[in-house]
Ligand binder design. Sequence first.
Ligand code: HEM
Length: 414
Amino acid sequence: MKFPFDELTPNQLSFAERDERYRQLHDWSEPTYRHNSGLRMVWRYDDVRELMEAASPGISNAKSLEPLVGFGRIAANPRAVGHLCRHLLPLPAKATADLTDDILHKRVWDTLAGPGGHFTVPRAQRPQRIKDLTEHFHHALGTERDVSDRTLDVTSLSIDYAARIVGAAVGLPPADWPHVAIWSGAQSGLLGRRMRGRELAEAVGGLGRLFTVSADAIASGGRDRTDGLPGRLCAARIPRRVAVSAVANSLAAGVHTVSGSIQQGLQRLLNNPDRQWWHLLADEASTAHVAAKVLQLDPGLVAWKRHVVDSLTLRSGTALSPGPVLVMCAAANRDPRAFPNPLDLHGAGKLPLTFGFGKHVCPGKQLAQLAVEVFLRELHALAPAARLVPARQRTRARPSDLLFSGADIVIVTG
Ligand code: HEM
């Protein structure tokens, strides 16, 4: 049998195909696989948790944000080099996922998500956050879409919604929110896709804009000390270049992760013949449960990178030689050793690894969970009888992407 993710990535598969290939993956006799990208794939729950935690000196997070194609291909692309020189030199400081200075990292992370951190959603503020997210849904729906012909491009809506949420959460001016999706797509694409030519150059340009806007935000945050993220980072005396990267990485991290989860989740919810999970969205308590299950099975971020520095044997006995590793978090969330019935809505199991594990665990976790929940609930309220427009009526193929995953979802609203 061929390795189930040898040629195709989750981004190119329907939810049913993903279910089948993840099942085959967990039947695979070996615990790792050397992919043609040069990354070694790892998917078993215990191994993924240990690699994401990166507590041992043999596992490094230092290269987690390096472009998949490497700097060599960027250097060989004159237009990309132009963007690089204009916006990205000196190269951005490490601030979040790739920072190895644990003391500085803790100061940044705590500012983002420690008690009272910028993205933390305290219980008492939940109702207001839900109200804000609901408004973002309706703004995204109202200003950008014509639902009069009763079809709705949910993929595009979910990206606009997530870009508004993340732009607002970070504290960017509203005029910048629509661009956040493009800049964030640039960083996501560089991380998970083997881009070339014009596409590569445009992605480097988008990444450059992300850092320029973030530098502007830090400059004004430093002056005004507003309650946005830039002001908080300045108040916490995070060095300026590190603060710029923390803003840029937060803007980049939230959009395609949240929107991809929504898209893939809806593909499952609306495809199921009896649509049992979809109907549960009419009830508030059940919506949280369905959203959590969507984030376990179909997250918009399916894997993350680590680097093995020295030959290493993980606690399970899995041996890894030095080199880059693709840590498949979404696959781990279906490992039958950790989740006996992963596809069961009420199936028991361990903590899903959607948001990572350990000191780099996602600081946007609470916001992301709430954002997915509100989107699903609002869409169900808007179009309880929604039907999917079959995929064959659409043409564009989704690209291969080792890290990010979504789905092209168009619905008929009633
Ligand atoms: C469904 C949505 C999301 C998923 C699946 C997700 C997943 C993850 C994962 C797996 C990591 C760990 C990376 C590592 O260990 O190196 C991470 C880190 C991070 N996430 Fe998220 N994320 C989501 C949404 C968000 C949002 C909405 C934000 C901010 C608004 C955000 C900001 C960040 C940042 C800044 C980091 C780096 C943390 C650090 O290393 O200190 N994420 N995310």
